[in-house]
Ligand binder design. Structure first.
Ligand SMILES: C[S@@+](CC[C@H](N)C(=O)[O-])C[C@H]1O[C@@H](n2cnc3c(N)ncnc32)[C@H](O)[C@@H]1O
Length: 239
């Protein structure tokens, strides 16, 4: 059932989320967080439709960046591939389940991002341990996951505040046109999100629980905050 959810989600994910300024701000924050990493090989674990790939290449790092992107959903991977097709960047895609051991050597990557995936993993400690194994020494992990029972209104509020800041005169027209364009994808997007938050297969940890998982797996937690309308927990940890 969960694979089916990701398959359906792939069709509406970008149509809703890429319009949201807080979602785009989150992409920027992830790229900035890994700015200080000295290296060029990264893992996007649960890459979804690949929204972090191009911004990451564009974020001013070296030209030799290489990314491995993994996801359990072929529909998500197909969309991610489409986004970077023809721009000459090196991304290796693998259809893999993060509930299993990763097929990578110890100390392979300089940075790992894992955004909004943790809540669907059966054993988060196991996955975090696998990330630790495949990270190089001093490598960094950016982990983002929603709060328990995240709310949509604070995200919309932040979106509107940003629109008002950027377009003080025409923000209402922009918002209304975004709303109209989102109506059809929302018909699927909202029930999928309600299913995820209500279903026992998905479960949410607190900021303290995640930090404690990371420290017990030997990471050093460098930063943590609430982002995305304060509905997502952002954590930066170093091996
Ligand atoms: C909410 S989306 C997030 C996508 C992307 N990281 C982003 O923030 O835009 C969750 C993604 O995790 C993937 N996923 C969920 N469980 C997974 C698992 N066990 N192994 C690999 N990928 C998984 C889904 O297919 C989906 O693409």
């Amino acid at each position: 059932m969960n694979k089916f959810i990701w398959h359906i989600y792939a069709y509406v994910y970008d149509a809703v989320l890429l319009k949201l300024i807080p979602y785009r701000m989150m992409i920027d924050e992830v790229c900035q967080a890994l700015d200080s990493v000295n290296g060029n090989y990264y893992l996007d674990a649960g890459c979804g439709t690949g929204n972090y790939l191009k911004p990451f290449f564009d974020s001013g790092k070296s030209n030799n960046i290489r990314i491995t992107a993994i996801d359990c959903s072929q529909s998500m991977i197909t969309r991610a591939k489409g986004k970077i097709k023809g721009n000459g960047k090196q991304v290796d895609f693998y259809k893999l389940d993060l509930n299993n051991k990763l097929p990578f050597e110890d100390e392979t990557f300089e940075g790992i991002i894992c955004v909004n995936v943790l809540y669907s993993i059966q054993d988060p400690e196991e996955m975090i341990g696998e990330f630790y194994r495949v990270l190089k020494k001093q490598g960094k992990l950016v982990l983002i996951t929603p709060l328990d029972q995240p709310k949509i209104l604070p995200i919309i509020r932040e979106h509107i505040d940003e629109l008002i800041n950027k377009y003080p005169k025409k923000w209402r027209v922009i918002f209304l046109s975004q709303l109209v364009k989102s109506i059809i994808p929302m018909i699927l997007f909202i029930p999928i999100n309600l299913y995820i938050t209500a279903n026992n297969d998905f479960w949410f940890l607190t900021e303290e629980q995640i930090k404690s998982l990371l420290t017990s797996s030997n990471y050093c937690v460098q930063d943590s905050s609430l982002i995305y309308g304060r509905q997502n927990i952002f954590i930066l940890a170093r091996k």
